[in-house]
Write a protein that binds this ligand. Structure first.
Ligand code: HAM
Length: 410
């Protein structure tokens, strides 16, 4: 028997309904903030992703050559594609641009719970606003989006300048190595490496920075930070908006394009794969041949949010079975259409069952049966049977629709 590819999932109707409910809550929040949906291709030129991250990233991607010999990759994330699209299509549009997306990404990772090879991100990119208020808007929106899902999470906000200030004397590859240690919280590895480089004090300062949760103290540890005022103001705006977050100067972020403020969200009830949100301020456009526009954004790991929420009990939709005899069939098809036009989920028998068998199937799959026999076909009325109570009445269509709709509203 054929199976789905490793790291992918099938979603049955119940799960899809739960996913769409949460997706639409997030879409509605994004709409209220003025973030409009964009869509980019599922695959891009490989170069779009290697340009900023180097060839190393190829190992983590689905890379292939098309029949024309072009090197392509399934998108491992959406930010680079959105910025490419901005340069191609919207460079001259009035700023800022507020864009959002809900789309699948592909990463060649070792699958486990919460880590898939195909997964969905709900993301936001704010392009062309380089202010404290812009940073604060994006962080506040990320909290609003997560709140709308009902997930319990911790939001951590940091800024790369602190760490970079301390690392400034190291060569770039060494800086990256140290940031990787900090990202993984491998303090022993960090200290040992810095000791071997004859910089033990740096190790101690970095560890105190990562453990520090206070802005004033962080400025003391890291020295003079460029953009200090902006960082202070961003936190003031977050406080004024009532965002619940903690400061964390150890956030290094895995992707290489971040330039300033960075933030991450963690689900409280998940184990190893508990990061449900990542983002920050970044500059990418200049790499792809555009202006050096400042941007800020984030992506929510939609599948991890769903894992964290667990089984979601959906409000049960009212289902109507349209049952008919042979003489009633043409009329029944019309009645089904009228019920559907009224927004009611209405299903007809497709198995050529007799009326009795239709009703018995309906009692297992529907809340009401609408019966159309010769009498109903002639009169234009319907017989409406409540399949829970067994109560049955003959009504005109408008009254029957009202009765069914009122059941759904209870
Ligand atoms: P990221 O942190 O690589 O950032 O991914 C964002 C989120 O996607 C993660 O926090 C996680 O919840 C989810 N995620 C990542 N990999 C997987 C996986 N294999 N399976 C399930 N979920 C996963 C970005 O992608 C940036 N583009 C975010 C951004 C937007 N920065 C600026 N704008």
């Amino acid at each position: 028997m054929l199976q789905k590819p490793r790291g992918t999932r099938d979603f049955l109707p119940e799960e899809m309904e739960a996913r769409r409910t949460i997706e639409w809550r997030m879409r509605e929040v994004a709409r209220r903030w003025g973030y409009r949906e964009v869509c980019t291709p599922e695959f891009e030129d490989l170069e779009l992703f290697t340009m900023r991250s180097g060839e190393g990233i190829v190992e983590e991607m689905y890379v292939f050559e098309d029949k024309g010999g072009r090197k392509l990759a399934l998108r491992p994330e959406i930010t680079a594609a959105v910025i490419r699209m901005y340069i191609n299509e919207a460079k001259v549009a009035p700023k800022p641009l507020r864009w959002c997306y809900f789309a699948d990404c592909f990463r060649y990772e070792r699958p486990q719970k919460g880590r898939y090879r195909q997964f969905w991100q709900f993301g936001v990119e704010l392009i062309g606003a380089d202010t404290a208020q812009a940073d604060a808007e994006v962080i506040t929106l990320s909290a609003d989006l997560l709140d709308s899902t009902g997930v319990e999470y911790d939001l951590r906000v940091g800024h790369l300048s602190f760490m970079r200030n301390l690392l400034t004397d190291l060569e770039y590859p060494e800086q990256r190595r140290m940031m990787a240690y900090l990202d993984k919280k491998d303090f022993d590895g960090l200290k040992t490496t810095l000791e071997s480089m004859n910089k033990p004090d740096l190790g101690a300062s970095l560890v105190s920075l990562v453990e520090c949760r206070d802005l004033t103290e962080a400025f003391e540890i890291a020295g003079t930070i460029p953009g200090k005022e902006r960082i202070i103001r961003t936190t003031e705006y977050l406080d004024a908006a009532g965002v619940k977050y903690s400061l964390n100067f150890g956030i290094a972020r895995g992707l290489d394009y971040y330039t300033g403020m960075v933030f991450e969200g963690f689900a409280q009830n998940l184990g190893a794969e508990n990061q449900i949100l990542g983002g920050g301020a970044y500059r990418l456009a200049h790499l792809f041949g555009g202006d050096d526009v400042a941007s800020c954004g984030f992506a929510i790991g939609f599948d991890r949010v769903m894992v964290s929420l667990g089984e979601i009990r959906q409000k049960k939709e009212t289902v109507v079975a349209i049952a008919c005899t042979e003489e009633g069939r043409t009329r029944a098809l019309k009645v089904a259409r009228i019920f559907r036009e009224a927004g009611i989920r209405s299903e007809m028998d497709l198995m050529e069952r007799g009326l009795g068998a239709q009703l018995s199937h309906a009692s297992r799959s529907a809340d009401f049966a609408v019966v159309i026999g010769r009498r109903e076909a002639e009169s234009g009325n319907v017989t409406l049977k409540n399949l829970q109570s067994g109560e049955q009445k003959t009504l005109d269509i408008t009254a029957a629709i009202a009765e069914v709709s009122c059941h759904g509203a209870r």
